[in-house]
Design a protein around this ligand. Structure first.
Ligand SMILES: [Zn+2]
Length: 238
């Protein structure tokens, strides 16, 4: 629990440096804006996606005919969404994981996926960065979003996956076939994780997807190691 002095110091800091909306630079005034780290006018300009994709996994060796479900909070076409994701990824604006997790959370409610997830035990797993990129960036934006989503859903987070080889950023590749090639076989199971995908239902979390090649590759890896259901969720679809 924060002490009186830490609360007083935080209050004084806010007075000296009032928190600003990173998109429009308006001062964040009410508690909802402060908890989102974004002004409500910018947040409400982001349209929440109502639909999600069901992708059959008929190529899987499992015979259950499982599906991979893929959804996104909003569209990357919105300049606000693009700005928020860019600032989280490249400008160390860690707090922006909050509105991005909120977008995913609202998408779960709006699309009806929350009913599916609410009834079952799910684990949140962020899409991992390769070790080299993690060292360069200093943090994994998908993990920050996953942890914020965990606070909203009460679901645990586990780093079930490892990225075993460096890949190019998918956003820098325009050909969908090249994206599939770039992501192919880049994931493995993280043996250091306390949990394993065997028999689990998993929410795979990332900041953005375009063709879904990275999400798909990660889902395939989790299914190969015995996951029962994988739902891929990104803050935005490009
Ligand atoms: Zn704003």
């Amino acid at each position: 629990m924060p002490s009186f002095w830490s609360k007083a110091c935080a209050g004084a800091f806010d007075l000296l440096f009032p928190p600003l909306c990173p998109v429009c630079r308006k001062e964040l005034v009410d508690s909802k804006e402060k908890s989102l780290s974004l002004c409500l006018s910018c947040f409400s300009s982001l349209e929440i996606n109502e639909n999600f994709f069901r992708i059959p996994l008929s190529y899987q060796r499992e015979k259950s005919g499982g599906v991979f479900i893929l959804g996104a909070g909003t569209s990357y076409d919105s300049p606000f969404a693009a700005k928020i994701i860019h600032s989280l990824k490249y400008e160390d604006c860690f707090l922006l994981a909050k509105p991005l997790a909120e977008l995913i959370f609202r998408h779960l409610e709006r699309s009806g996926l929350a009913r599916l997830i609410g009834r079952e035990e799910f684990i949140i797993t962020p899409i991992p960065l390769h070790r080299r990129r993690l060292i360069d960036r200093g943090y994994n934006q998908a993990e920050l979003i996953g942890r914020e989503l965990s606070l909203r859903t009460d679901l645990p987070v586990a780093d079930l996956l490892l990225r075993t080889r460096p890949t190019m950023e998918q956003a820098k590749i325009s050909d969908p076939k090249e994206r599939i090639k770039n992501a192919k076989g880049c994931f493995s199971i993280n043996n250091k994780s306390k949990s394993s995908p065997l028999g689990k239902k998993i929410l795979l979390v990332d900041d953005v997807f375009t063709t879904g090649a990275t999400m798909f590759e990660a889902a395939k890896c989790l299914y190969r190691f015995g996951a029962r259901l994988v739902v891929g969720l990104a803050a935005a679809k490009a």
